[in-house]
Design a protein around this ligand. Structure first.
Ligand code: NAD
Ligand code: AHE
Ligand code: ZN
Length: 369
C-alpha cells in the first residue's frame, strides 16, 4: 500500500514528505495506522548523524499512537481496530532478559531493530523500488508502519491519542526512571538536568514519589515555569553561576542530592550530575543519549565515596505489561500529559517540530496525519 511518510534521506538533511510503499505484515508482524506521533530529541539525534546505529534512508519516529489495520500470520494479541502504542523496547516475555524479572531490555527483536529491518532481516518500506530502513522498531513518521507484535502495547481506545503518544517514549521514560531505576522515596532530594520532555517527566515522577526538594536545572530559563508547575521547588540556570554546576548544587543542599537525573545527552553534564549526588549514598541516572565516540569520566573517588552511576532505557518500563496501566493513569489525571504538548502540526510541517526543538521553543510537538 501507499503511505505518506517523512523520510530521512541522509544525515543533517530535512525530512522529505513523500509517498512510500509499505508491504503487508509478515508472520508475527502488524500493520498499524499511526494517528499521532511526538518528536523526541532522539529522532533529532539520529537525524544529525551522531547515532552509531543511524541508517539512511529511514523513516524515523518512535513516540506514536495508532490503530491496528492488519495482522500477519500467527498474531494473536492484537486485532484490527485495536488502539496501540508502538514500543522501541519490545516485551516478548520469553527471552532471558524478560524472564529475569530484573530488566525491561527484551532482546527478542533488538538485533534486527538496530539494523533497521524487521525480524526476518528485510524492510517493509520502499521508495521508487529501493528499500528504506525502519527505525527503533517503530517508524512512526509514516502514516502506515509495520511493527513486530512484541513491540505493541494495546491500550484503552478511549484515550486521547494526541496525548498518550507521549507515553511511547518521553513521559514514560522520565516517570519510569524515577520509580523503577532510581526508586525515589518520600522526602528524597532530586536534581534534574535538562527540562525537555524527559526532564519534566522526571519532575512529575518525583512529585508522584513525594520527593522533598526537586531542583530543576536548565540553560534555557523559559523552561522553568513548566518545571515549577510540575513540582520543581528550585530552578537553577548554570549560566548564572561562575562555579561548576555540581558545586552550586552541593552548596545548595549541604552534601548533594539523593538522586540526580541527566536528561540532555551531554557527557560533561553527566559528570556534573554524578558529582552533585550525596556523599555515601547519592545516585545519578543517565537518561540522555550521547553521540558516537563520546565517553563519560569522573574521579573514581566519587564512586569510592559511595555515589552510584546508573542508566535507564524507557524508564525500565515493560511496555506490554505496564503501558496500558499508564494510559489508564493518564486518563484518570494521575499522569499529566497535556502540558507537554506545546505544538501540534500536520505531517507536512514536521521539520518545524525539529526547528522548534533546536530553538528551545517546544517541549513536545505532536504530529498528526
Ligand atoms: P529536549 O531537547 O527537549 O530537552 C533537553 C533540555 O536540555 C533542553 O531544555 C535544553 O535547554 C537543556 N540543556 C541543553 N544543554 C544543557 C546544559 N548544558 N545544561 C542544562 N540544560 C541543558 O530533549 P528530550 O526530548 O527531553 O530528550 C533528552 C535526552 O534524553 C536526549 O538525549 C534524548 O535522546 C534522551 N532520551 C533518552 C531516553 C532513554 O530511554 N534513555 C528516552 C528518551 C529520550
Ligand atoms: N543507538 C544509540 C543508542 C540510543 C539509545 O540509547 N536509545 C535509548 C532510547 S532513546 C529514546 O528516545 C535506549 O533505550 N537504548 C536502549 C536500546 O536498546 O536501544 C547508540 O549509541 O548506538
Ligand atoms: Zn524518545
Amino acid at each position: 500500500m501507499k503511505s505518506r511518510a517523512a523520510v530521512a534521506f541522509g544525515p543533517g538533511q530535512p525530512l522529505q514528505i513523500v509517498e512510500i510503499d509499505v508491504a503487508p505484515p509478515k508472520a508475527g508482524e502488524v500493520l498499524v495506522k499511526i494517528t499521532h506521533t511526538g518528536v523526541c530529541h532522539t529522532d533529532a539525534f539520529t537525524l544529525s548523524g551522531d547515532d552509531p546505529e543511524g541508517l539512511f534512508p529511514c523513516v524515523l519516529g518512535h513516540e506514536g499512537a495508532g490503530v491496528v489495520v492488519e495482522v500477519g500470520e500467527g498474531v494473536t494479541s492484537v486485532k484490527p481496530g485495536d488502539h496501540v502504542i508502538p514500543l522501541y523496547t519490545a516485551e516478548c516475555g520469553q527471552c532471558l532478559f524478560c524472564k529475569s524479572g530484573k530488566t525491561n531490555l527484551c532482546t527478542s527483536v533488538r538485533a534486527t531493530q538496530g539494523k533497521g529491518v524487521m525480524p526476518d532481516g528485510t524492510s517493509r518500506f520502499s521508495y521508487n523500488g529501493e528499500p528504506i530502513y525502519h527505525y527503533m522498531g517503530c517508524s512512526t513518521f509514516s502514516e502506515y508502519t509495520v511493527v513486530a507484535e512484541v513491540s505493541l502495547a494495546k491500550v484503552n481506545p478511549e484515550a486521547n491519542p494526541e496525548h498518550v503518544c507521549l507515553l511511547g517514549c518521553g513521559v514514560t521514560t522520565g516517570i519510569g526512571a524515577v520509580h523503577n531505576t532510581a526508586k525515589v522515596q518520600e522526602g528524597d532530594s532530586v536534581a534534574v538536568f535538562g527540562l525537555g520532555g524527559i526532564g519534566l517527566a522526571v519532575i512529575q515522577g518525583a512529585r508522584q514519589a513525594k520527593a522533598g526538594r526537586v531542583i530543576a536545572i536548565d540553560t534555557n530559563p523559559s523552561k522553568f515555569e513548566l518545571a515549577r508547575q510540575f513540582g520543581a521547588t528550585d530552578c537553577v540556570n548554570p549560566k548564572d553561576h561562575d562555579k561548576p554546576i555540581q558545586q552550586v548544587i552541593v552548596e545548595m543542599t549541604g552534601w548533594g542530592v539523593d538522586h540526580s537525573f541527566e536528561c540532555i545527552g551531554n557527557v560533561n553534564v553527566m559528570r556534573a550530575a554524578l558529582e552533585c549526588a550525596h556523599r555515601g549514598w547519592g545516585q545519578s541516572v543517565i537518561i540522555g543519549v550521547a553521540g558516537a565516540g563520546q565517553e563519560i569520566s569522573t574521579r573514581p573517588f566519587q564512586l569510592v565515596t559511595g555515589r552510584k552511576w546508573m542508566g535507564t532505557a524507557f524508564g525500565g518500563v515493560k511496555g506490554r505489561s505496564q503501558l496500558p496501566g499508564m494510559v489508564e493513569d493518564a486518563m484518570k489525571g494521575d499522569i499529566e500529559l497535556a502540558p507537554f504538548v506545546t505544538h501540534t502540526m500536520e505531517l507536512e510541517r514536521i521539520n518545524e517540530a525539529f526547528d522548534l526543538m533546536h530553538e528551545g521553543k517546544s517541549i513536545r510537538s505532536v504530529v498528526h496525519y
